[in-house]
Design a protein around this ligand. Sequence first.
Ligand code: PLP
Length: 387
Amino acid sequence: MNFQMTSRIKKLPPYLFVELDRKKQEALKKGVDVIDLGIGDPDLPTPDFIVNRMIEAVKNPKNHRYPSSEGSIEFRTAAANWCKRRFGLDLDPGSQVCCIIGSKEAIAHFPLAFVQDEDIVLVPTPGYPVYHIGTLFCGGITYYMPLYEKNSFLPDLDAIPEDVAQKARIMWLNYPNNPTAACASKEFFEKVVDFAKTYDVIICHDAAYSEMTYDGYVAPSFLETSGAMDVGIEFHSLSKTYNMTGWRIGFAIGNPELVAALKKVKSNVDSGQFEAIQEAGIAALESDGSFIEEMKRIYTGRRDCLVKGLKEIGLSTNSPKATFYVWFKVPEGKSSSEFCGELLDKAGIVCTPGNGFGEPGEGYARMALTVPEERLKEAIERLKGVL
Ligand SMILES: *Cc1c(COP(=O)(O)O)cnc(C)c1O
């Protein structure tokens, strides 16, 4: 047999962390005590109140049958109520909420409803890779919007050429942002709504880090912006907020036509998330905010420890007010990959080279606050010896 893969598969970008992964495995094999600050996956467990709800829900035969692909009305209502409490949004659980199998799933599938034949999709770079991959799988063309520090890591909408804006179907945004940890102001979102209405562009906002915020900062929903409900859909995830990355659950909210389109795609490719997991999700969404406050306290401590340490060793970084990432400039004269390679070789520390998220990330690196404070202190001590 001659298995011919499609051009969409052949066009997949090379996985830029291959070399770093290989080095990490090598170090582990040699017995190096590796400190892994590379992955954006919470190290702490899902809280007991969610796990216990799941245990009960698993036992209920009602949950053993096919779920509805859009999610149970109970889950969608819990999500809508959460959005009301959190953002003041008035959402109809019937038409404006869809349960998703983690936001990655929905981010990859949503464009199937709106992108084809070389339509343009506006994608931030550096950024989460799935925005581009989803575009590619639909036969669309990615137009990258660079995120520069001088623009506070917001895309410069005025820099998007007129003909590109005319052909664009979707714009992806993600604030609080991975990997830069930047946050967007309500004023920026207002400009985005104007842009969307001028050029008929759907705004897809990835809000995976909306609850991971510090120092009293509260992240807005894009949909709070006046006019946003006419142009946008927002993807929420329970993964980072409730330490539930393995469970695969989130929800999409927004314009009813856009939510209906997502449901249409999903009902044809999946049969929804296990209803026991949806029940556990309800427990998370209906809980008081004390678990989230506790997580914020932990991440704030880690952040302060790492940022202080990085400054002590002469690396320049701002203290992020959201996400669990610290994004910083690598030392002058080194590329991101060289710097991260060196960190692993000399100090047994894994961190992610910024260019892995897109070319404008060159010259930066990302560390995730997903290890305990003692390990972060240990990492800084090791760095003092080698930098
Ligand atoms: C982690 C992450 C997601 C994916 O979350 P899931 O809901 O677990 O699929 C989406 N977007 C960004 C920017 C992320 O960092």
